[in-house]
Design a protein around this ligand. Structure first.
Ligand code: 3HC
Length: 706
């Protein structure tokens, strides 16, 4: 056996799963086959009274079924059979003649948790790396190796649905509270405790905690309560997915069916639903995103670039919202020293407080202990001078968006930084090459464009200028990754990637408003299409003044097609800057968004007339973006369709189930997009003129993805 090994310890078979050469353990066909063999051996061996099961990987228990195998599935029947095979294996585990204990340290996800659920007892290490969950929904499938059956039976339908439908993993302590884990122990004694539990079970000593609490008893314990749970969950799923994602509803059905008709029937339904979902277009798209994100994790941004320089201390200039966000996120994610500098101490203090809030939030959400909190807060320091910069390997400036100011900061930094340090600008509108004109070491200047709020937004654009050295790129990319960001390397062109393709979309939203479409109608249409928020809400979030400035920069670079409608200026003049000003397109009170402020219509000089159907709203907005995305890709703004799509999904929430703008363009067909753009340009003006890239793709029937 190559994947499993075992030794006997006083009647307990201590089994280790360690797939050779693989970074994580997954349940593949090979693992399945070996597990059957192993169980047969352990069953036959009379000296084995119980089994304790561990992973040989340092920080991973089992990461689930092998996702690579899903991609190769050719038919729903094959997919259903794959699920049936997984269920049969775990049935063998669940009905094994000797007790099996899972000793869990590290990620225990999907099929990994389903395996643990099939074991008789679970001991988990109380360690941040130990996460338990059923993330299948995020891949457009459902837990199909019995997860939709065993979890609700163990912790109740309500708690199980919370986990399954969100696809979110939980820390070991929470899993313990929920009753998924029977014992929670420090990592150092995991083995001993799990083996002791196995021995106890072999002697027939069995102890299970009561779980679920009063509410759980009330809701899960009777059919009426359960009906209520399912009705509420269904309503919530539909509100969240707008019917765009079939997997959560399917999971709901698998759980419901199993609880009403018994385990065996439930398993059958679960496998059947998996068969359909695994082959669905939505699942294929979500799995592609999983693979694309994983490829990006290994990509240093420049072929053959030297490895990133080590960064032990970050310096941040500018302690506003972005600077503080970068500082706080760095401390929380990378756990290194951060020095924050601004022009005066009052601002520095405000920035430090905002950075500390990010650390505090981790404590409130119980992601860190009080001790870790104190340690992380101590890593933050500030000054109105450049003291402490002499030890920084990387500085990120987030000062006022003006070339002269940024160049001045660059000069001052170069005077105090070590000669090898990298200078990064968080500009969103100024070319990096222009900033670097002031540099003595232009090869160490780069753009790192974070999105707001930094702690929550998953994307980072890294922008090398022509003179930037490969190692400067890999250092910025590597550092971004340490902050937990998905990083795309983009060309030093106006708007970079995200703002470039957002601009025509936002502009078109403004055009629609000016033609009498109600603001909330535009938002509703795009949320239904799959965006997390509509473009008008997004304008309020970003700041109408900020968006207007970004659009002006793009207009200066690209001319008429990216001209923002002048009417936006009327809103800015009225002090309607969006959420931050407490008034924008929508009303805000106590930080909460209200309804559309009807005062915007007279300001824009229109009367809402409801004349445009939502299908046309969607088409105008998306086609404006697709056209620009194809053009910018052809100009080399992103290195590949993969980077462009990931940028749009993580940068502003382009609907993941559509795979990103370039995949969506492929799905629509370039010839159709070309024809529709032409029709729109005849009716609405040259801003819809098909880009050369769309024309070329339509003519040659080419696709962005093979
Ligand atoms: N199948 C195949 N490969 C997997 C995998 C899986 N389930 N999980 C992780 N990997 C691979 C990654 O692709 C990557 O491969 P690479 O090094 O060749 O690029 C490698 O393992 C390491 O992964 P990460 O770079 O993501 O490592 P991290 O340490 O950052 O994260 C992890 C580890 C938390 C386990 C993360 O990889 C993860 O979330 N994996 C996916 C988990 C998942 O979705 N499981 C459900 C699978 S579906 C299922 O189980 C269906 C069942 O119900 C029938």
């Amino acid at each position: 056996m190559a994947i499993f090994s075992w030794e006997a310890k006083d009647g307990v078979a201590v089994v280790t799963l360690d797939t050779p050469g693989a970074p994580v353990n997954v349940i593949s066909r090979a693992v399945t086959e070996e597990m059957y063999e192993l169980l047969a051996v352990l069953e036959r061996d009379a000296s084995v009274k119980a089994v304790a099961f561990f992973s040989g990987k340092p920080d991973n228990f089992i990461a689930g079924a092998d996702i690579e195998e899903f991609v190769r599935l050719k038919s729903t029947a094959d997919a259903e059979q794959l699920a049936r095979d997984g269920q049969a294996l775990l049935d063998r585990v669940a009905t094994f003649t000797k007790p099996i204990v899972a000793g869990i340290h590290g990620a225990c996800l999907g099929g990994g948790l389903e395996f643990a659920l099939a074991c008789g007892y679970r001991v988990a290490s109380d360690h941040p790396k130990t996460q338990l969950g059923l993330p299948e929904i995020q891949l457009g499938i459902l837990p199909a190796a019995g997860g939709c059956q065993r979890l609700p039976r163990l912790i109740g339908a309500r708690a199980a649905l919370d986990m399954i439908l969100a696809g979110k993993s939980e820390r070991a302590a929470k899993a313990f509270r929920l009753g998924i884990v029977d014992e929670l122990v420090p990592p150092s004694i995991l083995q001993d405790i799990a083996i002791a539990a196995a021995r106890r079970l072999a002697q027939g000593v069995f102890r299970r905690r009561r779980r679920g609490g009063f509410l759980g008893l009330l809701l899960d314990g009777n059919p009426l309560g359960r009906l209520l749970v399912f009705r509420l969950a269904r309503r919530q799923v539909l509100a969240q997915t707008k019917g765009n994602y079939p997997a959560p509803l399917a999971a709901l059905e698998a759980v419901r069916h199993g609880l009403s008709h018994g385990m065996r029937e439930g398993l059958r339904r679960e496998a059947q639903l998996f068969g359909h979902l695994a082959l669905s277009d939505v699942s294929r798209k979500l799995v592609q995103i999983f693979f694309a994100t994983r490829e990006l994790k290994k990509d240093l941004g420049v072929p053959g670039a030297p490895p990133p320089a080590e960064v032990q201390r970050l310096a941040v200039v500018g302690s506003g919202f972005m600077g503080a966000g970068i500082a706080g996120t760095t401390v929380v994610q990378a756990g290194i020293d951060v020095r924050l500098k601004d022009a005066d101490l009052a601002r520095v203090a405000k920035g430090l407080a905002a950075a500390r809030d990010i650390v505090n939030e981790r404590l409130t959400r119980r992601r860190i202990t009080k001790f870790e909190h104190a340690r992380l807060v101590a890593l933050l320091s500030g000054s109105d001078q450049y003291t402490g910069f002499g030890k920084a390997e990387l500085v990120i400036e987030a000062v006022f968006e003006e070339l002269a100011v940024k160049q001045q900061v660059l000069r001052e930094c170069e005077a105090v930084l070590p000669a090898s340090a990298v200078f990064a600008s968080n500009t969103s509108t100024i070319p990096i090459a222009r900033i670097a004109e002031a540099a003595r070491r232009a090869e160490q200047v780069i753009g790192m464009h974070f999105f707001s709020p930094v702690a929550r937004m998953p994307l980072l654009e890294v922008i090398p200028a022509a003179a930037t050295a490969p190692q400067t790129v890999s250092t910025a990319v590597g550092f971004g990754r340490r902050l937990g960001k998905t990083v795309i390397v983009v060309r030093d062109a106006p708007g970079f990637w995200v703002n470039r393709i957002l601009a025509p979309y936002m502009n078109e939203a403004a055009q629609l408003l000016l033609s009498g479409v109600r603001a909330d109608e535009i938002d509703r249409a795009m949320v239904q299409f799959g965006f997390p928020v509509g473009p008008i809400t997004l304008l309020d979030e970003v700041g109408i003044d900020v968006a207007q400035h970004a659009c002006e920069v793009l207009q200066a670079a690209f001319g008429e097609r990216l001209t923002p409608p002048a009417a936006l200026a009327a809103l800015v003049k009225d002090g309607r800057l969006g959420r931050k000003a407490g008034k924008g397109f929508y009303t805000y009170s106590g930080g909460r968004k209200g309804s559309v402020d009807s005062a915007i219509y007279p300001l824009l000089g229109v009367q809402p007339n409801g004349g445009i159907p939502s299908a046309e709203i969607v088409q105008r907005l998306t086609y404006a973006m697709l056209n620009e995305a194809a053009r910018a890709l052809a100009e080399g703004v992103v290195r590949s369709p993969r980077d462009g799509d990931i940028g749009a999904i993580y940068g502003f929430g382009f609907p993941p189930f559509r795979g990103g703008p370039l995949r969506y363009l492929d799905d629509l067909g370039a010839d159709r997009v070309f024809a529709e753009l032409q029709r729109l340009s005849e009716r609405l003006g040259p801003r819809f003129t098909p880009s050369e890239a769309v024309v070329d793709h339509a003519r040659s029937r080419a696709r962005f993805y093979p």
